[in-house]
Design a protein. Structure first.
Length: 266
């Protein structure tokens, strides 16, 4: 388990298991649902690159706050993206299913500033279909010809560090923050069904190392006693490379998204 999990768990225990005097403070809970139509570029190995426009990213965001401390959990359910209309159409079509989980413990300081620590987990599964008959994988001195289809799955996780500020303007609030994952780790598994046109499935597993920058700026406009409309923008830059092959790209996603959502105080 990543050390970020242990750090976040320790802060979570400190947040909710406190001395009796501190427990007099109530726990405030909010839940937000945002739509983030992502625009940018997706790039993987073999010089495969595709642009995506308004790729839907519905994100759920649960925050539990007591005093100056809070626990924030943000998640994306498995969402499928179909692509293959980029400059490399000879590699067939692809469908990627992606899920994201961010868990962070934050501490608020004076003037609305905050800092946080936690973990990010990415899980993806990609199906390659309609691959040309001469397509192959070369591993350990052997050629493995692909019979029209291939799958790739990976999970990477790592420490997440956050900083930002929330500024109130009457009924409204301006929220901005940035997060960095300096070192994420995982494995990428490629499976070739019916390799070399036979009956055997062949799989290869490679370790990955990734980094990420994630930043947002948004307004929260109160429209009801317990409800706020959220709108703004978000930027994501995620890059993963194969650990055993320095410099060789595994996956890169760079893009921005307008943010629109609603937050409810529970």
């Amino acid at each position: 388990m990543n050390k970020g999990v242990f750090v976040a768990a320790a802060f979570t225990v400190a947040l909710f298991v406190r001395p009796p005097a501190a427990q007099a403070e109530p726990i405030e809970a909010t839940f937000a649902l945002t739509v983030n139509p992502l625009n940018g570029q997706h790039e993987v190995g073999r010089n495969q690159s595709d642009r995506f426009t308004f790729a839907p990213l519905p994100l759920g965001e649960l925050t539990l706050r007591r005093g100056s401390d809070s626990l924030r959990i943000e998640g994306l359910p498995p969402i499928a993206f179909n692509y293959g209309n980029g400059p490399n159409t000879d590699i067939g079509s692809r469908t990627t299913r992606l899920s994201v989980l961010n868990g962070t413990v934050r501490h608020a300081f004076a003037w609305g500033w905050f800092a946080g620590i936690g973990e990010t987990i990415y899980t993806q599964h990609t199906d390659y279909t309609n691959l040309p008959s001469n397509f192959y994988e070369y591993r350990d001195g052997n050629y493995y010809f692909i019979n029209g289809a291939e799958t790739e799955a990976s999970r990477v996780a790592g420490l997440r560090l956050e900083a930002g500020r929330d500024v109130a303007f009457g009924r409204d609030r301006f929220e901005f923050g940035a997060a960095v994952n300096p070192s994420m780790h995982g494995r990428d598994v490629v499976t070739i069904p019916h390799a070399n046109f036979g009956t055997m499935n062949v799989s290869f597993s490679d370790p990955e190392t990734a980094t990420q920058v994630d930043a947002y700026a948004r307004f929260a406009h109160r429209v009801a006693r317990s409800g706020e409309v959220l709108f703004g923008v978000r930027y994501i830059n995620f890059t993963s490379r194969y650990s055993d092959h320095p410099g060789i790209l595994s996956d890169r996603n760079v893009g921005w998204a307008p943010v629109l959502g609603y937050r409810l105080r529970l």
